[in-house]
Design a protein. Structure first.
Length: 278
């Protein structure tokens, strides 16, 4: 065989190898994403079986900006989300998650907020005796039970730690829909529930109830939770996208669409950041 033929064959083989490498490297990396199937308006499965809500919309927007990744979505319960992240069955989830010490230890997380949660007390209309957590504690009011995996549970735990002489009675519960919480307040079974105003406003439009919301009792950043040891490049890219979505007004539009308010116009919203001290 002549040198020219050998050289030509080598070039062709090299070209095929580079082409195969290029095709292999362009295959998107799969990311298993879990969202809650029944946590309206944050994430839920609609009547057509599609994952929807603030976090469902947000993750689809993020996916479009990350063509090098392919998001595969699963819709499960919140308890199943957290278990799946711990076992590695899922890579990430956004479900209006607050960050607390336990979550910071158990998971990786976004260092930019996915949004802001405006936490309120939900009470019966005509009941003007409850306007703060102090009112619940000092007047011995009954607070609706809270799932131990829910960050609202941690909010009350932290209140009790700083008010040891007048703690709020904190009762753990299994998973419960917001509508069931609100109905238990309306019926008088409990005096108050603690819940983000966005969820309250969205639900009250669909199911009018004889309840009302207090003034804000705190603004909290919401985050993406990742399985421990997740790809640091993915986390960094999502953080950068969250910054850009805040700057261009996308997060504000999602807030108005799903929470019935622009949380970014609330007093103190500009100071809400993900803590690095947990």
């Amino acid at each position: 065989m002549s040198f020219k033929k050998i050289l030509a064959g080598t070039i062709i083989l090299s070209g095929l190898t580079l082409s195969a490498f290029s095709q292999a490297s362009s295959v998107p990396k799969n990311v298993n994403v879990a969202l809650d199937n029944n946590n309206y308006p944050f994430s839920f499965t609609d009547e057509n079986g599609h994952i929807s809500g603030y976090d469902g919309d947000l993750l689809r927007i993020i996916q479009k900006k990350l063509p090098e990744y392919k998001f595969t979505f699963s819709s499960v319960s919140q308890d199943a989300i957290l278990t799946g992240l711990k076992t590695g069955a899922y890579d990430l989830s956004a479900n209006h998650f607050y960050l607390n010490k336990d979550r910071a230890k158990s998971f990786d997380y976004s260092h930019q907020p996915t949004g802001i949660s405006d936490l309120r007390l939900i009470v019966r209309k005509g009941d003007n005796s409850i306007n703060s957590l102090d009112d619940i504690a000092k007047k011995h009011k009954k607070l609706n039970p809270i799932n131990v995996n829910d960050a609202r549970y941690t909010v009350i735990e932290q209140y009790n730690e700083t008010h040891p002489s007048t703690p709020i009675t904190l009762t753990p519960s299994g998973e419960e829909t917001a509508l069931d919480m609100f109905r238990s307040v309306e019926s008088g079974e409990y005096d108050a529930a603690i819940y983000p105003i966005g969820g309250y406003l969205s639900l009250i439009k669909k199911v009018p109830l004889n309840i009302k919301a207090s003034a804000t009792i705190g603004l909290f950043p919401t985050v993406v939770l990742y399985k421990k040891g997740e790809d640091a490049t993915l986390i960094s890219k999502v953080d950068n996208i969250l910054v850009s979505l805040k700057k261009d007004g996308t997060l504000a539009k999602l807030s108005e669409k799903w929470y019935q308010e622009n949380v970014y116009t609330l007093p103190g919203a500009d100071k809400v950041k993900v803590s690095n001290d947990l």
